[in-house]
Design a protein around this ligand. Structure first.
Ligand code: NAD
Ligand code: LMR
Length: 342
């Protein structure tokens, strides 16, 4: 069931009848970093959602043209563009969900952590504005390194007195999308049927696909498990190298983030059957932020799916033990960054 409805729902935007005016379209979404490589296609996909009534596009540059362009699509969302810090507060007023893809992407030879110095400050200042202007909104963090930027966001929200751990999400959907694609290819399965939970964090060895828990049940041998795990962990680098200096994944990321936005909006709309993998505050392990499958409801994270962590293969248990020190260090680095600034 996980994610099943994303594609069909986009396909059901029927502009030939009055159905697009169905009261479903009632959520306001803001995209911060909307003029970027991810921001633009993500905004297009969100504009296609039948659940969105208003789409606020914010960037430090070039966003008015993106907003004008998108506003001509005959789907329900009203699109508004906001440029520069002076317009940031207004872009956030009254929004139900904020997606943050603002920040620099990797070039070949860089690790996600090399982005920390620039992106930590960007995420900190944007989340401060979210805390002041949309304290009840769901927040989706895409900016890397996600393992650190989500703890940064949490600390900022705590300092502002508005932290609700159920509403803060690091977007790891791309790891699931990739795992599903690569497993379907390898095992010759129908793509739409495949669902692989991916847990841990969002970089290198902290990405842990639970291939033993693939749906539908399929036998993946040890060699295949090792190859698939390595490919899923290195998939971001695969794209960075193919783009050869022109950035990192943007289109597959926009697709994945749009799926996560759509799922969150369905949850806000009262759908009681929404499950996603996301990097959230967690007590499934001793690591305070951890990606796992989560059930999402109107108020955000409703439950963490403990079974994934309790029923792992030996190979996955070993990988989990190995990722914990790196993930913990990234979290501590994010927390320390916010405290050093105050
Ligand atoms: P990009 O450079 O194409 O776009 C970034 C955008 O952010 C630009 O339009 C820029 O003007 C804007 N920006 C910079 N500072 C800003 C600020 N203070 N306020 C608002 N906007 C600001 O980069 P991209 O390819 O879109 O990638 C964006 C981020 O997403 C990177 O950090 C990248 O590593 C990350 N990413 C994450 C995932 C994931 O799975 N979570 C996947 C791919 C990329
Ligand atoms: C990805 O998974 O593609 C992103 O996190 C971008 C990157 O730098 O790997």
């Amino acid at each position: 069931k996980v994610w099943e409805s994303f594609k069909p729902k986009l396909g059901r935007v029927d502009l030939s009848t009055k159905s697009q005016l169905h009261p479903q379209a009632c959520f306001k979404v803001a995209v911060l970093g909307a003029a970027g490589g991810i921001g633009q296609p993500l905004s297009l996909l969100i504009k296609m959602s039948p659940l969105v009534s208003a789409l606020h596009l914010y960037d430090i540059a070039n966003v008015k043209g993106v907003a004008a362009d998108l506003s001509h699509c005959n789907t329900p969302a009203q699109v508004l563009g906001f440029t520069g810090e002076s317009e940031l507060a207004n872009s956030l007023k009254g929004v139900d969900l904020v997606v943050i893809p603002a920040g620099i992407p990797r070039k070949p030879g860089m690790t996600g952590d090399d982005l920390f110095n620039v992106n930590a400050s960007i995420v900190k200042s944007l989340v401060e504005a979210v805390a002041d202007n949309a304290p009840d909104a769901f927040i989706h963090i895409i900016s890397n390194p996600v393992n650190s930027t989500v703890p940064i966001a949490a600390e900022v929200l705590k300092q502002k007195g508005v932290y609700d751990p159920k509403k803060l999400f690091g977007v790891t959907t791309l790891d699931v999308v990739r795992a599903n694609t690569f497993v379907a290819q390898k095992k010759n399965l129908r793509l739409m049927d495949v669902d692989v939970p991916v847990i841990g964090g969002h970089s290198g060895i902290t990405i842990l696909p639970l291939l033993s828990r693939t749906q539908p049940l399929v036998l993946i041998n040890n060699k295949e498990t090792e190859e698939l795990t390595a490919r899923i962990q290195n998939a971001g680098t695969e794209v960075v190298e193919a783009k050869a200096g022109a950035g990192s994944a943007t289109l597959s990321m926009a697709y994945a983030a749009a799926r996560f936005v759509e799922s969150s909006l369905r949850a806000l709309d009262g759908d009681g059957d929404v499950y996603e993998c996301a990097y959230v505050q967690s007590d499934l392990t001793e690591i305070p932020f951890f990606a796992s499958r989560v059930k999402i409801g109107r108020k955000g994270v409703q439950a963490l799916m403990a079974s994934d962590v309790l029923e792992m293969s030996d190979y996955e248990s070993e990988k989990l033990a190995a990722l914990k020190p790196e993930l913990m260090a990234s979290i501590e680095k994010g927390v320390a960054f916010v405290h050093e600034q105050t």
